[in-house]
Structures are given as structure tokens and as C-alpha cells.
Write a protein that binds this ligand. Structure first.
Ligand code: SF4
Length: 411
């Protein structure tokens, strides 16, 4: 019997179809660095006649640092006028490299099973994921060897053993996190506050060496109706949001964009960053001084507009949160304490939320505008170093998870 593999994934994965011809943002057309796996490169070398093999492989060069062959040119030289892959058309799908065959899917190995989801840089995937009104549903599916073996795996953090038990516990935690993020009786910020308390407790359990019963009790408590009715209001009450600290943090993060090549080269980036400048009225005075308290006051005056925004876009924001937390394996992503890893996630999300709010305040609220924003921002987060470096530098100086919660989350 043909071997099958168990995958845990959002239901949308099986609905995704690449729309190469109609795609407005074709991945093969974009200035990304594309690596090619050894097995595919060897297949190219064997193509007959030799002159064709030579022509195809001449478009690749070996990158010593990355230890693999990379495509030398962008857009992809094999892309046809119809925006289809010339290699696939001529030689078939099995000649596609792992990167080309799997994008926009990402797969993580959990030993006994795998997890798969889609990155938001593909506009077709992003539209399907972010504009769904129903909460994202997940499923276990069996994947045949042929599909499975073509997936580039990402490794788990080294501090997390991929034993069967550990993988099961990790999955149970992920499911609990997703259900907190999808708790629609709470606002988005309230859900994030509950998530912070959950991860704080989780860290406590991990620090003592995982006790399975304790972990099960924690998850069961956070999933119970009583907990939602009794404990959650108390948690939320303890958080005193500090708007000035929030604005200071956001200003610090936005500086990162102005020092990246991507923004300098990309008109899209400037457009979205300018919406934040307009919305918060960030203007230097005659002495070239930007007053933080004035920007904070401007931000506070927008309370009603923000409320409307949350009312209209909460499914969109929820879908973004659920997809990014699952795809990136938070709160384990950075091989550090879960609270530290979640802090990175929260700051990353809050920058996105502010950009989205500002876009909608500046008539950039069509589906197409928001997809452009998501695309630009996801590239900054996934492929740019500056924002990540800024976040790490910020967290290095401040080690208080609860202070961060009060800096970011208005209950
Ligand atoms: S960006 Fe998405 S839809 Fe467009 S060509 Fe690539 S995989 Fe297909």
C-alpha cells in the first residue's frame, strides 16, 4: 500500500489553486532570491540535448553561503508570456524545484505528523485567508508520498524535542491558542491579553519541566465557559494601556522601514507608511522636533474611528493573527522563552494593525489595497532583517512581559 503522511492544516490549504495566468502579483515575476534543490538541478543537467541542459543551468549559480544553486535572474527567465512556467510546460511538474512546487505552502515537521499552511505573499492565498468571514477551520488530512516528498520541511526550534509526546503537547497548545484568538465574544485586544496570560502560565509549566497533567489542566481551563465568564474579565481589568508608550514603540518600529532597501525601492511601502504619517499627523515643528505627546493625543482622538475599524475588520485581523501564529509556530519560533517569542509576534501584529487602520483611514480600504499592504508587510517581516532587529533590540532593553502587554493592548 502506498505510504501516506498525516498533516494538520487549515481547511483552506486544499482549496488553494495557483492562478498563474490571472495572478496580478505572480511570484515568478518578483525580485525574490530563488534557490533550487540539488535533485532538481541534477535533473536539469540530464536534459537532452546537452546544449539545452547547458542553457537551462546557465541561469543558476552556486551560492557558497547558502550551500545551494540560486536562480541568477529575476523575473524568472523561464516564465512564458502567458505567465506560466516554461519548465513545467515543457518537461512536466516533476521538473519543478521544491521551492517552485510548494510555494505558497509551508510545511513543518512534527515527527509523527506535519503541519502545512500558506504564506500571505501569494495574493490568491491571502484573499482566500483574510477575507473569510467564518473562523478558520483546521483538519487532519492524509497526504500521499508523492506530494509529501516534494515539500521542503522547516525544522522545529532546537529547544523543543520532536518526540511524539512533545509534538502532541505542542499541537494541543496550538489548538488552545487558535481557540483563544477565535473567541469572538472578546475584542481582538482582549483575546491577545488572554493569550498573554495563557503563554505566561505555559512558560511557568515549561520552566518546571513539562508536567502533562498541569498542561492539560491549563488548556482545559482556558477552553471552559466558566473561565471566560469569571477569570477573563478580571484579567482584562488588570491591564492599564499606556498610549504614549504604544506610540513610542510604534515610532521606533517604523524607523526600521526607512532604513531598508525594500522601502527605498518600493513605492508601495512609501504609500502605506505615508498613511500612518497622515493619520497620526506626524509633523516635525520649526525646530525639526516631533512631539510624542502630540502624536499620542492625535492617536487618542481617533478612538471612535478605531472602534469602527475594529468592528468592520475584526474577522480580517483575526484571520491574520491565526494564520501567522500557526504558520510561524509561535510561541516557539525564536528558540527562546515562549513569552519572548510571543512578544515578537505581538509587536509584529500591532505594526500591521496600525498600518491597516491607517490605510482604511486614507481611502486605501479596497480588497486590492489591503492585499497590496499585506504583501508588502509580509515581505518586510519574512525577508527583511531590519524590523526583526528593531524588535529584538527593543525587547533586549525591556524584559517585562506585562509591561509590554500594557504598552500594546488596550482592553
Ligand atoms: S503568487 Fe500565488 S497565485 Fe500567483 S503565480 Fe504565485 S503561487 Fe500562483
Amino acid at each position: 500500500m502506498a505510504k501516506k503522511y498525516l498533516y494538520f492544516q487549515p481547511e483552506y490549504v486544499n482549496l488553494f489553486r495557483c492562478n498563474g495566468r490571472g495572478c496580478l502579483n505572480n511570484c515568478c515575476d518578483r525580485p525574490w532570491y530563488i534557490d533550487i534543490d540539488d535533485a532538481t538541478y541534477k535533473k536539469f543537467l540530464k536534459i537532452k540535448p546537452k546544449s539545452v541542459a547547458k542553457e537551462i543551468t546557465s541561469h543558476f549559480e552556486y551560492d557558497d553561503a547558502k550551500n545551494c544553486y540560486m536562480l541568477k535572474e529575476r523575473p524568472c527567465p523561464f516564465l512564458t508570456e502567458d505567465k506560466l512556467c516554461g519548465i513545467q510546460l515543457k518537461y512536466g511538474g516533476h521538473f519543478l524545484s521544491q521551492t517552485c512546487a510548494t510555494y505558497p505552502r509551508r510545511t513543518a515537521s512534527f515527527g509523527k505528523f506535519f503541519e502545512r499552511s500558506l504564506t500571505l505573499t501569494c495574493p490568491v492565498a491571502a484573499e482566500m485567508i483574510l477575507f473569510a468571514q467564518e473562523p478558520m477551520k483546521f483538519e487532519f488530512v492524509e497526504v500521499p508520498e508523492k506530494v509529501h516528498s516534494n515539500h521542503g520541511k522547516i525544522k522545529l526550534g532546537q529547544n523543543f524535542p520532536a518526540s511524539e509526546k512533545a509534538a502532541e503537547q505542542m499541537l494541543a497548545v496550538q489548538v488552545a491558542i487558535i481557540s483563544i484568538l477565535q473567541e469572538r465574544t472578546l475584542s481582538i485586544n482582549q483575546r491577545l491579553i488572554v493569550l498573554c496570560f495563557f503563554v505566561d502560565k505555559l512558560e511557568e509549566i515549561y520552566s518546571r519541566g513539562i508536567d502533562e497533567d498541569e498542561l492539560k489542566k491549563l488548556i482545559a481551563a482556558y477552553e471552559s465557559k466558566e473561565f471566560l465568564a469569571e477569570q477573563v474579565p478580571m484579567m482584562i481589568q488588570t491591564v492599564n494601556f499606556d498610549a504614549e508608550k504604544f506610540i513610542r514603540l510604534m515610532m521606533e518600529m517604523f524607523e526600521a522601514f526607512y532604513s531598508t532597501k525594500e522601502v527605498q525601492l518600493n513605492e508601495k511601502g512609501h504609500i502605506f507608511l505615508n498613511t500612518v504619517i497622515n493619520t497620526l499627523q506626524i509633523k516635525p515643528d520649526e525646530n525639526n522636533f516631533v512631539s510624542l505627546s502630540k502624536i499620542t493625543a492625535n492617536y487618542e482622538q481617533l478612538a471612535e474611528a478605531r472602534e469602527k475599524f475594529f468592528a468592520g475588520y475584526s474577522a480580517f485581523l483575526e484571520n491574520y493573527l491565526v494564520n501567522e501564529i500557526f504558520l510561524n509556530l509561535y510561541p516557539w519560533k525564536y528558540n527562546s522563552r515562549p513569552s519572548r517569542s510571543l512578544s515578537v509576534f505581538l509587536i509584529t501584529y500591532k505594526v500591521f494593525e496600525l498600518l491597516t487602520f491607517a490605510a482604511t483611514q486614507n481611502n486605501l480600504s479596497s480588497k486590492n489595497d489591503l492585499l497590496k499592504l499585506v504583501d508588502w508587510y509580509t515581505i518586510q517581516v519574512d525577508h527583511g532583517d531590519r524590523l526583526r532587529e528593531k524588535i529584538f533590540a527593543y525587547l533586549e532593553e525591556r524584559n517585562d512581559f506585562f509591561e509590554l502587554m500594557e504598552t500594546l493592548l488596550k482592553p
